[in-house]
Design a protein around this ligand. Structure first.
Ligand code: HGY
Ligand code: MN
Ligand code: MN
Ligand code: MN
Length: 404
């Protein structure tokens, strides 16, 4: 199995890799995305799988007839800017390798089996995460998706059409959703729990509540060299105070929060910017702590904005409630993949398509050990032995679920 995994990995790894940074730039509906879709389709066809693209742009490879009560696995192939190689791709490559492993063992699934690749999981181009799975489940409306634009003002529909797909039927897909009997996503752990436990594979029990909030600070553009300090309405000041307030609030609430994706207008050294647009990414073990964190950040931002004669427009851009995957499914897979002792069942602060699907179908995840815990960075990695252990675990899980 390691040779098929290695070959699959070698075929995907160069696509969208930035030679200077070693990170990945894989964004929806770009030429790199098209190359990746071609790669996936060819590998699925090589396994006698039929491939279809659904109305939202998610890719589905079916072993056997698409049908009800299917066992579905897979993940995403898009990345954050300068992202790591494993976040997403490990789940898709492992799924294809697990199909090989099932074939090698002569296991004929008694239920349809599919490998899915969800589009725009990171939201790196259009700003909204888990877009493909949220369109599928109806958690995001077609209207909202149509209104999304990238930094260059290209809409989701335009980008999809330019990639040769028909954007006219975006939206919830209940028939397709009804085909899914159970969904299991394999993913590199984005943290160090398994490394600390000394376990190669774990099962996801819960996903922390988390979300993204927008904060737009508007002041007065002016000359950097001639405007007295007392005469300024510089949005950078309340923005800077907000960043430190975010850190304080996260520590205070036993949570994690980050200010990222920051845009200055204009962004040059001899102008005071008129506007600073920023995203707050906040996550906490519980919703009360999360809400309290965001409220205290918003208050600090408002007070700082008022002090500097700057206005603040803030709003919730996306919110994901806590997800508890079905205990019975998690315990069953922990036993199936754990060997002589059950695999650990753990929580995560990372959002995943499995957590979106969990609102509609039984779903959970398998995590593969990440020795450094680093993710969303070029240094992200998993050891080959743990990748192979992940494929074996996914194979066992699929064998167990397709035999049911
Ligand atoms: O951002 C996340 O939680 C995930 O890695 N997409
Ligand atoms: Mn990610
Ligand atoms: Mn991911
Ligand atoms: Mn000048």
């Amino acid at each position: 199995m390691s040779d098929t995994f290695d070959r699959l990995w070698a075929g995907l790894a160069p696509l969208g890799r930035d030679r200077t940074t070693g990170g990945y730039q894989r964004y929806s509906w770009t030429p790199v995305d098209a190359e990746i879709r071609t790669w996936f389709t060819a590998e699925a066809h090589a396994r006698n799988m039929t491939v279809e693209t659904d109305r939202n742009g998610n890719l589905w490879a079916w072993l056997g007839e698409p049908g009800p009560d299917a066992v579905v696995t897979g993940s995403h192939l898009d990345s954050v800017p300068n992202g790591g190689a494993f976040d997403g791709p490990l789940g898709v490559v492992s799924a294809l390798a697990a199909v090989d492993e099932l074939n090698r063992r002569g296991l004929r699934p008694t239920r349809p089996l599919a490998v899915v690749v969800f589009v725009e999981e990171e939201g790196a181009r259009f700003g909204v995460p888990r877009l493909g799975s949220r369109l599928l489940t109806g958690a995001i409306t077609a209207e909202r998706a149509r209104g999304l634009t990238d930094e260059g003002g290209v809409t989701w529909a335009r980008a999809m059409a330019d990639a040769g797909l028909d954007p006219d039927h975006l939206g919830a897909d209940p028939e397709r959703l009804a085909r899914i009997g159970v969904f299991v996503e394999l993913h590199i752990e984005q943290g160090r729990s398994l490394a600390r436990l000394g376990a190669p594979v774990g099962v996801a029990g819960t996903v922390w509540p988390h979300g993204r909030w927008r904060m737009d600070f508007s002041g007065q553009a002016d000359h950097a060299g001639t405007t007295r300090i007392a005469d300024r309405n510089d949005p950078m000041l309340p923005f800077a105070e907000t960043v430190t307030a975010v850190r304080r609030a996260a520590v205070e609430h036993g949570a994690v929060a980050t200010v990222g994706r920051v845009w200055l207008t204009p962004n040059n050294s001899n102008s005071i910017p008129s506007r600073v647009r920023a995203w707050l990414d906040a996550r906490a073990p519980g919703e009360a702590a999360l809400r309290s964190l965001v409220d205290s950040v918003d208050l600090a931002a408002r007070l700082a904005a008022a002090e500097h004669g700057v206005t603040l427009a803030s709003f919730q851009e996306s919110f994901f409630p806590k997800v508890a995957f079905p205990e019975e499914l998690c315990d069953r897979l922990a036993a199936v993949v754990g060997g002589d002792s059950p695999a650990p069942v753990m929580s995560t602060g990372a959002g995943h398509d499995a957590a979106i699907l969990a609102s509609a179908v039984p779903a959970t995840m398998l995590f593969v050990r990440n020795p450094t815990g680093i993710s969303h960075a070029p240094e992200e990695r998993a050891d080959p032995a743990d990748c192979y252990a992940g494929v074996t675990a996914l194979t066992e899980a699929l064998a167990d679920l397709t035999a049911a």
